[in-house]
Design a protein around this ligand. Structure first.
Ligand SMILES: [Zn+2]
Length: 167
């Protein structure tokens, strides 16, 4: 737990700060470890982060905190840990919910596509049926017209042929 709270806050570089081994003015950082909560210290002027601490220059500025302060800090750390865990759990729950929603949406999409395909197929089938019926009716109509023409001209040609026979 001590290591989990080793963040630091840069309190700036003063002109009265001691020089580090690199020959630069030391930076002032604040420890947030359980043991040294809120204590400021000098560090290398080239300090970047925990992994890149320059020449490793180190000197405490503030005194140790009292026993009561340490208990308060410990309690605060516990509360902070609980909050972090709760936040992580809530994050996981939300992520799961989002995943479920995405899955449901994907399922509905597939269903809708199937319904749409079925509808299109049925529509095409109805179109085909309609087209074949239309062809039949047209054929029937053409036959009827031919028949009508034959009926209309048959007696005339018949009469003509009988008249021809008379001559
Ligand atoms: Zn240095």
């Amino acid at each position: 737990m001590d290591e989990a709270y080793s963040e630091v806050i840069d309190a700036g570089t003063g002109t009265s700060n001691p020089m580090c081994k690199c020959g630069r003015r030391a930076r002032i950082l604040t420890a947030f470890t359980l043991r040294n909560f809120g204590k400021r210290f000098y560090t290398c002027g080239n300090y970047v982060n925990q992994d890149n601490r320059g020449c490793d220059y180190f000197k405490w500025i503030d005194m140790d905190i009292c026993q009561h302060g340490k208990r308060v800090v410990s309690k605060l750390f516990d509360m902070h840990e609980n909050l972090k865990n709760e936040r992580a759990q809530i994050g996981t729950t939300i992520l799961n919910e989002i995943l479920n929603c995405k899955l449901e949406v994907a399922e509905y999409k597939v269903k809708m596509e199937v319904v749409s395909l079925n509808f299109e197929m049925q529509l095409q089938m109805q179109k085909n049926k309609f087209n074949s019926k239309e062809m039949k009716y047209r054929f029937a109509l053409a036959c009827l017209l031919i028949l009508l023409v034959v009926i209309m001209f048959y007696p005339v040609s018949n009469a003509n042929s009988s008249r021809l026979r008379l001559h």
